[in-house]
Ligand binder design. Structure first.
Ligand code: SF4
Ligand code: SF4
Length: 434
């Protein structure tokens, strides 16, 4: 079985919701659509308070090359455009729409469009694996690259998360249709669907359905974290290394998440914009953990209630998986296009041990899948030594959390490296502009 060569971890999987079918939640009484749910500039509202909107109607348009459109997942009335909180506790602008349950929820479809890139742009599709990078940009590789392989990222290597697994079982035909559309749009005629071996039912199903389709193969990957990282997956599948600071296209590869492929299918063949997604709501103390299909903009509390409600012993709620996810500062927030999971951890599993001095064991170096020296990067970040951190390639960190996980001294390496990386990126940007 294939895997990547540098660092990485074998983690307890804790896939409590594996094999659970997708459960559709009723539309919430109100949806809150954050204008910034993609990298790039926030979308620009094109509706105002009091406007009535249809399900699928465009309510905010992209405001830049990396921005993305936002559509209403409900028929209803715009009740306000206001500042709300992100799960991280930051203030963000949002369109709030009160659902009109008396109106039929028929979809206001996108205008028919045979151009896959344009249809994807009109549908507001972004990478659904978490990065929320606008998909039309990824479907248009730089002119100086010649991609020959499409990798569909179905690794789902994060512990606890099963939304991609559930999606593959629920709508494999939609996934395959999306793959064919991506191949058509990019001119790439070889596709590898990369799935870790812990999803044998999805592997069997997709192998059967793709057996007679030329150019598409299902590859079984050895479970290993962070296999879903673009650089790690590219190396695991093709053996090609992506040079520092380069995109997969530079190595002849295009990578799309499996849920993104299915969203492309729905946009092009059904005219459906990205207005809903599957979210894994999980945790050892939840009574009904599951894979819930919910409208974008659904309150997090609604999802947690569907999973049985917040247990009394809750210590931490994480948005995403336990490794790359971020602790929620508030659950009075809302789902976004890139949100794959909500993990509720009891206090005994979420409390941090007091940090101890580094014992120079080197475990963080061995675990780092990017070949970095996390103990050093963390120290540079703590001491505000940005030039040194840049020279030590802090910008290459993929924030996978492996270094913090293995550190026997409980040092919060990733937290500090993340801060140092942000500083480094700002400095590198201003150097480029001057
Ligand atoms: S968080 Fe960054 S430094 Fe730490 S192991 Fe992952 S890539 Fe390496
Ligand atoms: S794993 Fe922790 S203790 Fe070991 S070298 Fe890295 S920072 Fe130091």
């Amino acid at each position: 079985m294939k895997t990547f060569s540098i660092g990485g971890l074998h983690l307890p999987e804790n896939k409590l919701t594996a094999g659970q079918p997708v459960e559709r939640l009723p539309l919430p009484a109100e949806v809150t659509l954050l204008l910034s749910q993609h990298i790039g500039a926030p979308a620009r509202p094109i509706v105002k308070k009091g406007d009535t909107v249809m399900r699928g109607q465009l309510v905010a348009e992209p405001s830049g090359a990396l921005s993305s459109a936002i559509h209403s997942p409900v028929c209803g009335t715009v009740s306000r455009i206001d500042t709300v909180k992100t799960p991280q506790g930051l203030s963000a602008e949002a369109i709030i729409i009160k659902t009109d349950e008396s109106r039929p929820d028929a979809l206001c479809s996108l205008s028919p469009c045979s151009d896959v890139v344009e249809a994807t742009r009109a549908a507001g599709i972004v990478g659904m694996g978490g990065a929320a990078f606008p998909t039309p940009v990824k479907l248009t590789p730089p002119a100086d690259t010649q991609p020959d392989t499409l990798i569909i990222n179905a690794a789902e290597c994060e512990p606890f998360l099963t939304c991609d697994h559930a999606l593959m079982l629920a709508d494999p035909d939609g996934v395959i249709s999306g793959i064919r559309l991506i191949m058509q749009a990019t001119g790439v005629n070889h596709c590898v669907i990369a799935i870790e071996s812990n999803k044998p039912d999805a592997i069997k199903l997709l192998r059967r359905l793709t057996a007679s389709i030329p150019g598409i193969e299902v590859m079984i990957m050895q479970p290993r974290y962070p296999q879903g990282g673009e650089k790690q997956l590219t190396e695991a599948v093709t053996g090609r290394m992506i040079a520092s600071g380069k995109l997969p296209a530079a190595a002849g590869v295009i990578v799309h998440n499996v849920a993104t492929a299915r969203a492309i299918h729905r946009a092009v063949t059904l005219g459906e914009p990205l207005i809903e997604r599957i979210v894994t709501v999980t945790g050892p103390a939840l009574s009904r953990p599951g894979n819930y299909l919910a409208a974008i903009g659904t309150p997090l509390r609604t999802l947690i209630e569907a999973a049985g409600g917040l247990p009394e012993n809750t210590g931490k709620v994480i948005i995403g998986g336990p490794m790359m996810g971020r602790a929620a500062a508030t659950i009075d927030s809302f789902t976004v296009k890139g949100m794959s999971g909500i993990l509720v951890l009891p206090s005994d599993l979420s409390s941090r041990q007091p940090e101890e001095p580094c014992i120079r064991c080197g475990r963080c170096v061995s675990a780092c899948p990017m070949g970095l020296e996390p103990y050093l990067l963390s120290t540079y970040s703590r001491m505000n030594m940005t030039d040194e951190a840049i020279d030590a390639l802090v910008a290459n960190c993929i924030e996978c959390g492996s270094c913090s996980y293995v550190c026997p001294s409980w040092r919060p390496l990733t937290d500090f490296i993340r801060i140092g990386k942000q500083r480094a990126i700002s400095v590198l940007k201003s150097r480029k502009q001057s």
